[in-house]
Ligand binder design. Sequence first.
Ligand SMILES: Nc1nc2c(c(=O)[nH]1)N[C@@H](CN(C=O)c1ccc(C(=O)N[C@@H](CCC(=O)O)C(=O)O)cc1)CN2
Length: 300
Amino acid sequence: MSGHAGLSRAPDSVTEAVHLVLTLSCPDRAGIIRTVSSFLFDHGANVVESQQYGDRRTGTFFMRVQFEAIGETPLEAAALRRDFTRVAEAFGMTWRLTDTRTRHRVLILVSKFGHCLNDLLYRASIGALDVDVVAVVSNHPDLRHFAEQRDVPFHHIPVTAGTKPAAERQLLDLVEELDVDLVVLARYMQILSEDLCKQWEGRAINIHHSMLPSFKGARPYHQAYDRGVKVVGATAHYVTSDLDEGPIIEQEVARVDHSMSAEQVAALGRDTECLALARAVRWHTSNRVLLDGGRTVVFR
Ligand SMILES: Nc1nc2c(c(=O)[nH]1)N[C@@H](CN(C=O)c1ccc(C(=O)N[C@@H](CCC(=O)O)C(=O)O)cc1)CN2
């Protein structure tokens, strides 16, 4: 999994508009926006989109700037990165510079429920998600056809209590071998170890089938149905070692009522899972999600 703060892969086309994206966070102070915009102008860049947010709670400033070259002279990402390092150091910034033409390599983890997998594969196949799904991995064989019918390699890595460490080693090796940028847990029903969560920090997204923090853990739809909820929903969040506690990226809900069966409630919930997860993957792979402690800032 490429973890450096730069371009993860040389883009495969020079015909698209070259848009670079700079994301940053730092202690808030006056002059950040002026400094960044002057830097970009001085380096021949024209800003096409800029969003920023100052978190009064933590005194942290967040910014996402998307920019292109002014005129015909192409932008030099390496030179921009070298020169921006000085600016970043002066402001104590955590930052990343990426190219919108670089496609994230995504590995999808599933168990036996295939609705999110199918939705992600379809969206990727029609370009609604600008990602390359390089593999599907499951602890069960059931969903092999979903992957292979879309020409995506399927790897069956069974997991039992006794084999979990070896299975995670296999998974880690596959992620490294395929140079995966993002792991998506699309109803993967295995708890990842603390070590795996550390290695994939900020690069693994899970869909939980409830509106967290409500109904954590197992069988959340049944918990919600028994509680008599009037909305059912799903939460896409980054994976951490604290189950279902990772920073929330997106949530979606659907209205339910007393006349619906548990299966009807679950069916509506599954639709919200697909929506929440697809949005989270889209925003993450567009570098629109920034970590703000245990929360996120999403420049949608
Ligand atoms: N370290 C983390 N791992 C996982 C997370 C997470 O947030 N942190 N999210 C889960 C998904 N999930 C709920 O959304 C979930 C999955 C599995 C379990 C669970 O109890 N699994 C059992 C095995 C169950 C089985 O074999 O069918 C276990 O792993 O012992 C609870 C919640 C994905 N992983």
